[in-house]
Design a protein. Structure first.
Length: 142
């Protein structure tokens, strides 16, 4: 391989660090501490996924099933969780600034100590959801 081509290959590998992390999540359902910034996982079944401490900023998890997923201490600023199933998902200590939870089902989810500054919850189901202040929400319980 010529020098310019080798340099270009190295730069391309450095420019997309989330590619291998995305593959790991897709194949194993677990990727704690991974960099999944701007990753697209819309309409995916990620039941029980371990994303503890992962970076998910600007990602798309809309309409995905994240039942029982672990996103504790994750950096999930500006993530699209619209219409996602987030039942019993844990977001303890996560940064969720500007995240979009409109229409999502957060029944039984735990948001204790999460930063939800500017997050949107219009139409979200918050039944038996532990909110950042530790209070139990019963909104939308049937």
């Amino acid at each position: 391989m010529t020098r310019p081509l080798a340099l270009a290959a190295c730069l391309m590998a450095l420019a997309s660090p989330a590619l291998s992390d995305s593959t790991e999540l897709s194949e194993t359902g677990s990727c704690p501490g991974c960099d999944l910034s701007k990753a697209g996982f819309a309409d995916q079944a990620l039941v029980g996924a371990n994303l503890t401490g992962a970076t998910l900023e600007d990602g798309d998890f809309s309409t995905s099933n994240l039942f029982l997923a672990q996103l504790d201490d994750a950096r999930a600023d500006r993530v699209n969780f619209r219409n996602a199933s987030l039942k019993a998902t844990t977001f303890v200590g996560a940064s969720l600034r500007g995240a979009d939870f409109r229409g999502a089902d957060l029944s039984g989810a735990r948001l204790k100590d999460a930063d939800i500054t500017d997050a949107r919850f219009d139409g979200a189901i918050l039944c038996n959801t532990v909110m950042p202040d530790g209070e139990l929400s019963r909104d939308s319980c049937q």
